[in-house]
Design a protein around this ligand. Structure first.
Ligand code: FA5
Length: 360
């Protein structure tokens, strides 16, 4: 065997025997590197005669290519074997339980809003909506609170700059009562709507929030009187507080948009801290304002007060949630504290109805 043949079979045997990439790389450097055995032999080509070079040149190139191919082939073989071994040893445990996902809850305001809507739906009320940014005209003037009237000061709020009075909505509504105006302008009697939603005032303490919720009710038809108002509030409170033996008290009050005006309180016992028992005790809890729709408001909205009369009331929705679910401070509703939401939130909406549900 020629010297080249010997070198080739020796190198190929070592390549085949190499067990990892590092050993292969060492062999590559030893044979094909700058000072490798084959590279050194190639350098000798310059110093031999042209006739010899014709024979030795191709032989050396053949040797170099055979060794390079063998290294590449063995490298691929080792790579495949390593991948095979990894695939055999690595397993995916499909029985691993998923990581727990954060469970949300229904906010008490959403729960109470749905409860109230369902109870009034059972009594035949539709839901009317209005925007949070309201016309000064609807929030005040059409409710018989003209500019500079002292009642505007009792409901100080946030005004949008640039809103042209009467032309552009320019005030964060101070109550849900402007929805009365919107409803009467859009629809003729008989009217029977509620309007739950947000309201805004310059207020902030444990029972007053700058942003809060009210639910408005409006009924306009022929022959509507205070008895209808009383019955509706009583039935609503019985269903909402889930107690038949409630006792309500009406106090004379003043709202420019109702005449006469009444505020409603519920009898309760608050002698045990953190507990409210309705229908007993000697304490009274305020629910909200109400009254017969002022004839000026009716005619201002295009309804003839000689033919129609109506009642309206507006209760604080957050206050009702606080009463029903014994929540001591209104500010917790809007602080987005996860611990608070976990404690007072509901896993799912739970909706009691007055007469057993709409489907009946
Ligand atoms: C009104 O807002 C009248 N629009 C209610 C009304 C409607 C009267 C229809 C007649 C006819 P008042 O300012 O009293 O009334 O507010 C009603 C209820 O909203 C209060 O009893 C209270 O429960 C709630 N409320 C008022 N301000 C706040 C506040 N800053 N934070 C939380 N609740 C509030």
């Amino acid at each position: 065997m020629s010297d080249l043949g010997k070198l080739q079979s020796e190198l190929l045997a070592r390549i085949t025997a190499a067990t990892d990439e590092a050993a292969l790389e060492a062999l590559r450097v030893e044979a094909l590197g700058k000072k490798g055995s084959i590279s050194e032999l190639l350098k000798t080509l310059g110093s031999i005669s042209p006739e010899e070079r014709k024979v030795r040149g191709p032989a050396l190139n053949g040797l170099r290519d055979a060794v390079a191919d063998a290294i590449a082939g063995r490298k691929a073989q080792l790579g495949d074997a390593a991948l095979d071994a990894r695939l055999k040893s690595e397993t995916v445990d499909v029985s691993l339980p998923p990581r727990p996902t954060a469970q949300g809850s229904v906010h008490p305001i959403s729960q109470v809003l749905e409860e109230i809507t369902a109870i009034f739906a059972d009594m035949g009320f539709a839901v009317a909506e209005g925007p949070d940014v309201e016309f000064d005209d609807y929030n005040f003037t059409k409710l018989n609170i003209p500019p500079n009237h002292p009642a505007r000061q009792m409901q100080d709020t946030f005004y949008m700059s640039g809103g042209e009075v009467g032309k552009e909505a320019n005030v964060l509504r101070t109550h849900t009562s402007p929805v009365q105006v919107r409803t009467m302008l859009a629809q003729k009697p008989p009217i029977r709507v509620i309007s739950p939603g947000r309201a805004y005032r310059v207020d902030s303490d444990a029972t007053h929030s700058p942003m809060f919720h009210q639910v408005e009710a409006l009924v306009v038809d022929r022959g509507i009187h205070l008895g209808h108002l009383k019955w509706t509030i009583e039935e609503f409170c019985k269903a909402f507080f889930e107690i038949d033996a409630i006792e309500l008290r009406a106090r004379p009050s003043f709202f420019p948009f109702t005449e006469p005006s009444l505020e409603w309180d519920m009898r309760c016992d608050r002698s045990v801290p953190g507990q409210i028992k309705f229908g007993q005790g000697n304490d009274w809890l305020e629910l909200g304002g109400s009254g017969m729709v002022n004839p000026k408001v009716l005619s201002g909205c295009g309804i003839d007060p000689a033919q129609y009369s109506g009642f309206a009331f507006g209760f604080g929705l957050d206050r009702m949630a606080m009463l029903k679910y014994a929540i001591p401070d209104i500010r917790g509703f809007f602080e987005s504290d996860i611990r608070w939401l976990k404690h007072y939130g509901f896993a799912a909406l739970d909706i009691p109805t007055l007469y057993g549900g709409l489907s009946k």
